[in-house]
Design a protein around this ligand. Structure first.
Ligand SMILES: Cc1ncc(COP(=O)(O)O)c(C=O)c1O
Length: 400
């Protein structure tokens, strides 16, 4: 029998990280010592008190059963999330009806699409943007319309760039700041504009906020729930992955509009049984325990950021230091295709970065470099780039 996979799989854009891993494997097979600045995944460890909380909870047979509170998350976890949001953003949410535990924020984004979108509904995804949003919309059968994030607007979406008929037809818009890949951070006024636009056009906002704690130079990220009326139209996704170095633990949270929380809960009820209680206990320890890990990591990322920015500027390319996330969104020589630049960089230096085109057509002209790489490897990568600076700076000439 010839097995035919569902058509929806063929509608997915090629998953960027899979293509990158393949390129890295090929170079390694040629004997190249590849330094990958591709994937954003903290190299720094989870705080010890969090690991200890997991070990303790794992030893308790009560936690060997289906999770307490099932897919919704333990009441204690939801209360800890609500308290963290109150402390951090001054936002009040009801842990019973406005908070949900997630198996990472990616899971929440995906299940929101299934809860909200019917075939032929329109979902707006910023361009450039995190590729998983498109996949989630495609799985729900929805039509994806891209909305441009322009450098001249600081990569904040200009709602005038969403045509009136798209705004009328759209049911969902994804917004995410601090932004992957552009590194922009949104001021509160932008979030106010977003909520006003969403209310006016009856569009739900999925505010993906997993980098809320990763900002620099005194800039702080805002929750969209700080905006009056946001709870009528928005759901915010956050995660312990980035601030507490817990990407592998798969624990995050959704907060916001009750019908959206209830909808995601309903999808989860029929899909997964929630995150393991022991991981939720560990997450409570992270949210309620000492927070010094965040400041310590930010100092490390800032040092790395400054090194990468200085190296890039030495190529003669114009780059402002990122305001947030642990990425650098770096322009490449004019006229160069990002995929060509990435291949050339890999050939010349063994350093792998992500081509901007992987985030949408408006990502062309940029590459993304991740700062979640150990210092010695990042230093080595930047030293290799600096050595071939002249060849890289002239890449454009050959590829026009
Ligand atoms: C914008 C964005 N959203 C969501 C995620 C997924 O994070 P989590 O580990 O919480 O699922 C990532 C991870 O890189 C991301 O960049």
């Amino acid at each position: 029998m010839e097995i035919q996979k569902a058509e929806r799989l063929s509608k997915l854009p090629p998953y960027l990280y899979v293509a990158i891993r393949q390129k890295v494997r090929e170079a390694q097979a040629r004997g190249v010592d590849v330094i990958s600045l591709g994937v954003g995944d903290p190299d720094l460890p989870t705080p010890r008190h969090v690991v200890e909380a997991l070990a303790k909870a794992a030893a308790d047979p009560a936690n060997h059963q289906y999770p307490t509170g099932e897919q919704k998350g333990m009441p204690a976890f939801r209360r800890a999330v609500a308290a963290w949001y109150a402390r951090r953003f001054g936002v009040t949410v009801d842990p019973e009806t406005e908070v949900l535990a997630l198996i990472g924020s990616k899971e929440g984004n995906h299940h929101l699409a299934l809860a909200l979108l019917d075939p032929a509904d329109v979902a707006i995804v910023p361009d450039p943007g995190y590729p998983a949003y498109i996949a989630s919309a495609v799985f729900a059968g929805a039509e994806v319309v891209r909305a441009p994030l322009r450098r001249e607007n600081g990569f904040l979406l200009d709602f005038a760039d969403v045509p009136a008929d798209v705004a009328r037809r759209a049911k969902l818009i994804w917004l995410s700041y601090p932004n992957n890949p552009t590194t922009a951070v949104a001021p509160l006024e932008f979030l106010e504009r977003a909520v006003a636009w969403a209310r006016q056009n009856d569009v739900v906002i999925a505010y993906d906020h997993p980098y809320s704690e990763i900002t620099f130079d005194g800039i702080r990220s805002h929750s969209i729930l700080e905006v009056d009326g946001a709870k009528d139209v928005a759901v915010e996704f956050n995660s312990l992955s980035k601030p507490y170095n817990m990407t592998g633990w798969r624990i995050g949270m959704a907060l916001g509009a009750r019908p959206l929380i209830a909808g995601i809960d309903q999808v989860k009820e029929n899909t997964d049984s929630g995150q393991w209680s022991a991981v939720q206990y560990a997450a409570i320890a992270a949210l309620e325990g000492p927070q010094d890990v965040i400041a310590r990591d930010l100092a490390i990322y800032r040092r790395r950021r400054d090194l990468v920015v200085a190296t890039w500027r030495s190529l003669g390319l114009d780059l402002e230091p990122p305001q947030g996330t642990f990425y650098v969104w770096a322009p490449i020589p004019e006229g160069t295709k990002s995929m060509d630049f990435v291949s050339r960089l890999l050939d010349l230096t063994g350093v792998m970065v992500t081509p901007g085109i992987g985030y949408g057509s408006r990502g062309e002209g940029f590459v993304r470099m991740s700062l979640s790489v150990p210092d010695d490897r990042l230093n080595e990568a930047m030293a290799r780039i600096a050595k071939v600076r002249d060849q890289l700076a002239t890449t454009a000439v050959g590829s026009r």
